[in-house]
Design a protein around this ligand. Structure first.
Ligand SMILES: [Zn+2]
Length: 85
């Protein structure tokens, strides 16, 4: 009985990859997870922002572009987008 040891070597991606992020704020601001969706968009008043949505904790962040990526408070975002809603 030859026991062929099928080495089920599933290399599990641990997801804790420390990416050499040139830019700060690459991951989630709340939990630090790199699994985020980043979308560049413009608010109603024309200010370019980067929207980050976390897959892990569903934290959402809007960051002002150009201004060293300062985080916009949700109130500000809603204020800027209120005109179309
Ligand atoms: Zn998160």
């Amino acid at each position: 009985m030859a026991r062929t040891s099928t080495a089920a070597r599933t290399s599990v991606p641990l997801g804790s990859l420390t990416q050499p992020g040139a830019r700060s704020g690459q991951g989630c601001r709340a939990c630090g997870s790199p699994r985020v969706t980043r979308i560049s968009m413009s608010l109603t008043d024309g200010s370019p922002v980067e929207f980050t949505s976390c897959h892990r904790c569903e934290h959402r962040t809007w960051e002002e572009q150009g201004a060293q990526g300062s985080v916009l408070p949700v109130d500000r975002v809603l204020d800027k987008t209120r005109k179309i809603i």
